[in-house]
Write a protein that binds this ligand. Structure first.
Ligand code: FES
Length: 116
């Protein structure tokens, strides 16, 4: 996948505080939208046994894997509890992603990431 902006869907497709599975090209990702317009994006793959994190529970800025209870911080993918011993694999250091809702995009020419 090329570095840079990738469209994951429309803002309304990501209910506040809920785990949503989306595709970034060929890569499944977990997307969580917060109330302040920040989106967190992690790979949808638990580092313990490679199962889907998007089926986990979201609370206190973390996702808890439903399979064995590993806990990953949404802001950087770091494992903060449970059985996993490594952070979410593809998470870069620092915030994983943020996005501005489309309604804030002035025009396609001024914000080409939207593509509209
Ligand atoms: S697969 Fe996630 S904790 Fe086991």
């Amino acid at each position: 996948m090329e570095p840079g902006w990738h469209t994951l869907g429309r803002t309304e497709g990501f209910p506040l505080g809920e785990a949503v599975r989306a595709m970034a090209g060929q890569v499944p990702v977990l997307v969580v939208r917060e109330t302040d317009g920040v989106f967190h994006v992690l790979t949808d793959r638990c580092s313990r046994s490679s199962r889907s994190l998007s089926q986990g529970e979201i609370a206190d800025g973390c996702v808890t894997c439903r399979w064995h209870g590993s806990v990953f911080r949404l802001s950087d993918g770091w494992n903060v509890g449970g059985a996993a011993t490594a952070p979410d694999r593809a998470s870069p250091p620092g915030p994983t992603a943020t996005a501005t809702p489309r309604r804030d995009c002035p025009t396609p020419a001024e914000h080409p990431a939207c593509g509209e």
